[in-house]
Design a protein around this ligand. Structure first.
Ligand code: HMH
Length: 207
């Protein structure tokens, strides 16, 4: 039996639900999130995306050339995203020169540790990380300003298509991966789900 992205979502529906449905997102959708809580998420996510960009660079380094198009497209979007985060921080008068909270730091350390894992494991984690934001920001439905801009960034239909391509690339290499590597891919999916849940939660631990 080969594991696939679809099976991971089906077999771990509860973990995935906790990764993608959270009071932080519900309160954004209701327009009642406290600005300080939103800003905490924003600043920590900027720090996360810096490390995530490095992770995607390492995924590219491990990937077969047939997968370069999709990964390079992702890296180009991340370049835009990092600039956009800086703009949002300036508009909100936020200083991005801050420390990572423990969850953000541990998630970033985990992404670094993926460098030593086989490509199918990296591809699965990469897909799961992007899907968490795609679904998380999409599921609540249309958000009021100023949150709609954030929901659109990860919830838009092009991003959904990109995440679909990432799942196809992961499935393709999982198909021929040894059982123990498939097992590691499943573990990485569950670790990402747990970190994503904790990441939303960080908004409520304001400094
Ligand atoms: C925590 N997970 C987290 N932040 C993000 N920006 C993404 C996933 C997707 O890019």
């Amino acid at each position: 039996m080969t594991i696939t992205c679809k099976l991971l979502l089906e077999n771990h529906a509860q973990d995935w639900q906790e990764a993608t449905v959270h009071p932080f997102l519900e309160q954004c959708q209701l327009g009642i999130i406290q600005p300080q809580q939103f800003n905490t998420w924003l600043m920590q996510d900027y720090l996360f995306v810096v490390e995530f960009t490095r992770m995607v660079g390492r995924v590219l380094a491990s990937a077969p050339p047939e997968h370069f198009d999709v990964i390079l497209g992702g890296l180009a979007a991340l370049k835009d995203e990092l600039n956009w985060f800086q703009e949002k921080a300036t508009q909100r008068q936020l200083n991005l020169n801050i420390k990572k909270q423990p969850t953000c730091r541990e998630y970033c350390e985990y992404m670094q540790s993926l460098a030593d894992k086989p490509y199918p494991v990296q591809a699965t984690a990469f897909w799961a990380i992007e899907l968490a934001y795609n679904q998380g920001w999409q599921l609540p439905g249309k958000m009021p300003d100023p949150y709609n801009e954030f929901a659109q960034r990860w919830g838009n239909t092009d991003f959904t298509k990109y995440v679909k391509l990432l799942s196809q690339q992961a499935d393709e290499v999982l198909e021929t991966a040894q059982e123990d590597i498939q097992k590691q891919a499943e573990e990485s999916f569950l670790i990402v789900a747990k970190f994503e849940h904790n990441f939303w939660q960080m908004a409520f631990h304001t400094a």
